[in-house]
Structures are given as structure tokens and as C-alpha cells.
Design a protein around this ligand. Structure first.
Ligand SMILES: [Zn+2]
Length: 359
């Protein structure tokens, strides 16, 4: 049994050892209780796209849609956009954090400092190499975590240094870099965004971004496990190559997750889910239509061990965000946050800092 008080875990005991009769007890039958899932790449949910609406109420709709599907904590993710929208996204998250929006950890800015050659569904007209003058004007978060996905070959060295100095976590992604392009830049990067997707491939004569992500054991890699973005065998192979604590499961979910009609609007284009896939008019995959619990179920089906899958869905993301001393484990002193699943990995409820949300 998980014993908690004021949002913090105070003990883990067997039921027989729980002697204090004043403790209020909630039972879940035949349940799996794991550290609350953390999704560091969520573009939308409940019919809302973060790119369309950056208000605290829109953020709350996204958090709620994912909470119903097993995700306790989220980084709302802004797809490459104009600076005005980045400002508004940072301000929206700042305000929602100040209002203690449950499950909000910060923000993920995916671009716009990306490679046009690996644009995916991003609008390359928004891409640029940021100058220091530009960087200092962004309303960066003062609390919460900021993750930025950028293409190292598109961003100047001083900008990378400035972002590191301001405790902004940098992942490489949407990048066509060669191994040589990472010279003097690799130390600034702590991970790689959606392994295999929108990155230069590994070939016989070139490591590519894929090879860099797999070779460097001190770097995190996030990945999408919907079975459409990446072949399952590639994920299983990466899980064999990378240290157990370096693979981070993300959904890259769009607003269609948890919405009535399975549709959302991105840059004025209406995109709908067909057979579990989201494709834009150019034929590119436009994010994913999947939940964290379904992603975990897929990993188990592909032969990943249950404990490793849960680690990928929670602990490793907490470590990647430098939150490994408060989230990602069920231990005394940690936040009382857990995902409660049935034996088929369907979400029964979420415990979030001592508050239970039933699915
Ligand atoms: Zn992407």
C-alpha cells in the first residue's frame, strides 16, 4: 500500500502492516500501480491544439484529456511557429503554473530552430537561427521546465551556450546533421527527440543523427510507440542498445486524442485521424493519435519487459527533466503521484500529488 500525506509519499507498506485505523484507504482491485506517467511531447488533447490556443484553460483541457488516459504529467508542446506565438505559449504556461494547474511541468518548444530538410509537418517558413538579441527577449519560464528541440547544425554556438546557461534542456531533432556537425555542440545536447523520425539516418559511411542518438549512451532518446512512426523492431533494437534509463516514451499526441470527432486544426489545415494515423495534405505524418497507456500496451506486445516499459513511461522522463528526486519513483519523500492500471494496462485512475482522478 502506498501511504501519503499532503501530496507526498510517506511509506510503502503491506496491508497487514497498516495498523493506524485513522488512515483513509482507497482500494483498487487487481491493479498495477506505477509512478505517474510523464509525457514530454504533447501537442494537444481533448480537441484542443496548443498551437491554436495557449490559454491556461486550453492547457487544462489538454492535461485532463491525457490524465484520463494514464498520463499524470505533461509538457505541452508548441510546434514551430512565429515568435509572437512562442511568447504567448510561454506566457500561457507561466500563468497556468502560477495557478498550480495539476500535472503541468513546463513547456516543450519543438522548433522553430530546425532543419528544412527534416521539417516533417512543421512550416519551414518559421525556421531561423536565433541571435542572442532575440533569445533574451523571450519570456522564458522562471518556474517549471523548458525543453527545446532544435537542429544543432542550424543553431549558432553562442545561442546553444546561452540556452544551456539558462537551464533550458536541449534535445536534437528535426535535424539533418552529420557526426561532424555535432563538433563542439554535442555537449550542449542532453537528448534526441523522436528517435528515427525527422532525423538523418545511419548509413555505412555516416553516423547520422540516428546513429549519434544510439551511440552516445549518456544521451536520452525519446520515441513514439504507435507502430506507425517507427517499426517496432527499430524500437526493440534501440531498447537493447541504449542503457535502460535513457529511453523516454512520448506520444507526440495531437488534439484528436480524447476529442469527440478525432480531428484538429494545425496552421489552418483540418487534420483527421484515419485508422489511427494523422496525415497532412503533403502526405507527412502530422503527429500521433495515441495515448500513453496504448503506447505502453504496444511496447509489451513487442516484447519489452513490463518494468522497462514503465521506466520509459515515467522514471526516464523525470530524469531527463532533472526531476528524478521528486518524480518517477514510488518512494518516501517523492510526490504522491501514480498511474493505476488494470492488468491489461487500461487506466483505472491517476493519483496526482495526493488527489485521485478516476478515469
Ligand atoms: Zn516532431
Amino acid at each position: 500500500m502506498l501511504v501519503f500525506e499532503n501530496g507526498t509519499i510517506i511509506d510503502l507498506v503491506r496491508q497487514i502492516d497498516l495498523t493506524d485505523e485513522n488512515i483513509e484507504v482507497t482500494y483498487f482491485n487487481d491493479a498495477i500501480i506505477t509512478p505517474a506517467f510523464i509525457d514530454i511531447q504533447v501537442n494537444g488533447g481533448g480537441g484542443v491544439m496548443f498551437n491554436d490556443n495557449q490559454s491556461p484553460s486550453a492547457i487544462e483541457t489538454i492535461l485532463r484529456a491525457h490524465r484520463k488516459n494514464g498520463t499524470g504529467y505533461v509538457l505541452p508542446t508548441l510546434i514551430s511557429s512565429v515568435p509572437e506565438k512562442m511568447f504567448s505559449a510561454l506566457q500561457g504556461v507561466h500563468q497556468a503554473l502560477a495557478e498550480h494547474s495539476p500535472g503541468l511541468l513546463g513547456i516543450h518548444l519543438e522548433g522553430p530552430w530546425l532543419s528544412p530538410e527534416k521539417k516533417g509537418a512543421h512550416d519551414p517558413n518559421t525556421f531561423f537561427d536565433p541571435s542572442l538579441d532575440e533569445l533574451i527577449h523571450y519570456p522564458w519560464l522562471v518556474q517549471g521546465k523548458t525543453l527545446v528541440t532544435l537542429a544543432p547544425e542550424q543553431v549558432n554556438q553562442s545561442a546553444l551556450e546561452w540556452l544551456n546557461e539558462h537551464e533550458i534542456i536541449l534535445f536534437a531533432g528535426h535535424s539533418n546533421a552529420s557526426e561532424k556537425d555535432f563538433t563542439n555542440k554535442l555537449d550542449h545536447i542532453s537528448g534526441f527527440t523522436h528517435l528515427y523520425n525527422a532525423m538523418s539516418p545511419q548509413t555505412g559511411r555516416e553516423l547520422g543523427v540516428v546513429g549519434m542518438a544510439l551511440r552516445h549512451n549518456d544521451k536520452w532518446v525519446s520515441f513514439i510507440a504507435d507502430g506507425h512512426h517507427v517499426h517496432p523492431s527499430n524500437i526493440v533494437m534501440a531498447a537493447q542498445l541504449k542503457p535502460k534509463n535513457k529511453m523516454v516514451l512520448v506520444t507526440d499526441a495531437m488534439g484528436s486524442v480524447g476529442s469527440q470527432d478525432g480531428c484538429f486544426v494545425l496552421d489552418g489545415e483540418k487534420i483527421c485521424e484515419v485508422d489511427g494515423v494523422l496525415i497532412n495534405k503533403n502526405g507527412d505524418l502530422a503527429g500521433a493519435h495515441i495515448t500513453m497507456t496504448q503506447s505502453v500496451a504496444n511496447l509489451l506486445e513487442w516484447g519489452i519487459e513490463k518494468s522497462h516499459a514503465f521506466q520509459m513511461a515515467s522514471t526516464n522522463a523525470a530524469l531527463a527533466l532533472n526531476l528524478g528526486d521528486e518524480l518517477g519513483y514510488l518512494k518516501p519523500g517523492y510526490r504522491a503521484s501514480a498511474t493505476i492500471l488494470d492488468q491489461d494496462t487500461h487506466c483505472q485512475a491517476i493519483l496526482l500529488e495526493g488527489v485521485i482522478y478516476n478515469s
